[in-house]
Design a protein around this ligand. Structure first.
Ligand code: PGH
Ligand code: CA
Ligand code: NA
Ligand code: ZN
Length: 311
């Protein structure tokens, strides 16, 4: 059934497990993710960036938002696990409104690159509109370095836990993404992986809302190896070590944004299949090979984060 993201995350926050939020840009990734969640009897959050909405709408924002709502609801309404659709990194008012109007379960207003007061003002405005429409809201404090679609930030700026307390109280935001040292994409950390667990612990104590980890992909070595064996160049790729991810969940992270791990799995499956099947040109077969690897990663992550069987 199609649900509000908040319902999934409140339960996770109470029971200290986490639910991955998988980014999608097309039908194939969504099918692979849904199959994995069904097999693992897990709650499912899929999310789209603004770039994904533009891509699916072939340039038209509202068509793209409608495309994802229709596709996700079509399947969600016929399965017995909770499914939510979330707007990831909403930075532009028209995308956030298009997502609310189209029927998204929740939206992120990402004004974390702005000064605190401005982030607070924008978040308050979106919370007012979204809550009036029964849509839950995610916001972000602090900055992740790295690139994702149109989200480019220079340096890591870590969250201030005292500010987080004020921010959550003043905005009424439903869940918060505190920057604690991760970054987007496949090339995280300069040198050693370092997350600020103390800071995360304080944010949870002071805010008591479900928390979101962005840039949470582990860049799984087995898939990097297969992708490189069949011609990919992912030298220097590095993600969040799984033991660090486990620690984040123990400290109160409940939504784990996962995009890069699915992209690497897909390209590994696709490259392998194309190399091994030079005569093949049916997209259902070669895209299906990518889907298979994505589904594997999805199922492992659902188990790892503790939400398997929690549907
Ligand atoms: O934060 C993410 C995804 O992060 P990754 O690049 O680590 O998958 N989406 O909002
Ligand atoms: Ca941000
Ligand atoms: Na998000
Ligand atoms: Zn993110």
């Amino acid at each position: 059934m199609y649900v509000n993201t908040k319902d999934i995350l409140e339960k996770a926050s109470k029971e200290y497990y986490a639910v991955p939020a998988f980014n999608i840009n097309n039908m194939e990734f969504f099918h692979a993710i849904l199959e994995g969640a069904l097999e693992k009897r897990a709650p499912l959050i899929v999310e789209t960036s603004e770039g994904a909405i533009k891509y699916a709408g072939n340039g038209d924002i509202f068509k793209g938002a409608r495309f994802f709502v229709e596709m996700v609801r079509l399947f969600a309404d016929s399965v017995d696990i909770p499914v939510a659709l979330h707007l990831d990194h909403g930075k532009h008012f028209e995308y956030i409104i298009a997502a609310i109007k189209a029927g998204y379960s929740s939206v992120m207003i990402d004004a974390s690159e702005e000064p605190f007061e401005e982030n607070l003002r924008k978040t308050k405005e979106i919370v007012k509109i979204a809550h009036a429409a029964g849509v839950s809201v995610e916001a972000e404090l602090g900055q992740l370095a790295g690139v994702e679609d149109n989200v480019v930030a220079a340096e890591n700026v870590l969250v201030d836990p005292e500010q987080a307390k004020i921010f959550v109280e003043e905005t009424g935001v439903d869940f918060l993404a505190p920057a604690i040292g991760t970054s987007h994409g496949a090339f995280k950390f300069k040198g050693e992986a370092k997350l600020d667990f103390e800071r995360l612990k304080k944010v949870k104590e002071l805010t008591k809302v479900p928390l979101v980890l962005h840039g949470a992909s582990s860049v799984l070595p087995e898939y990097v190896r297969i992708a490189e064996e069949y011609g990919a160049d992912l030298s220097g790729a590095k993600g969040v070590p799984e033991e660090d991810l486990k620690k984040c969940v123990e400290l109160g992270i409940n939504k784990v944004n996962t995009d890069t791990d699915l992209r690497i799995a897909f390209i590994a499956g696709l490259r392998k299949y194309l190399k091994e099947n030079p005569k093949e040109f049916d997209p259902r077969h070669y895209l299906g090979a990518g889907k298979k690897f994505v589904k594997e990663v999805v199922m492992n992550r659902l188990e790892f984060l503790g939400c398997a069987g929690k549907a």
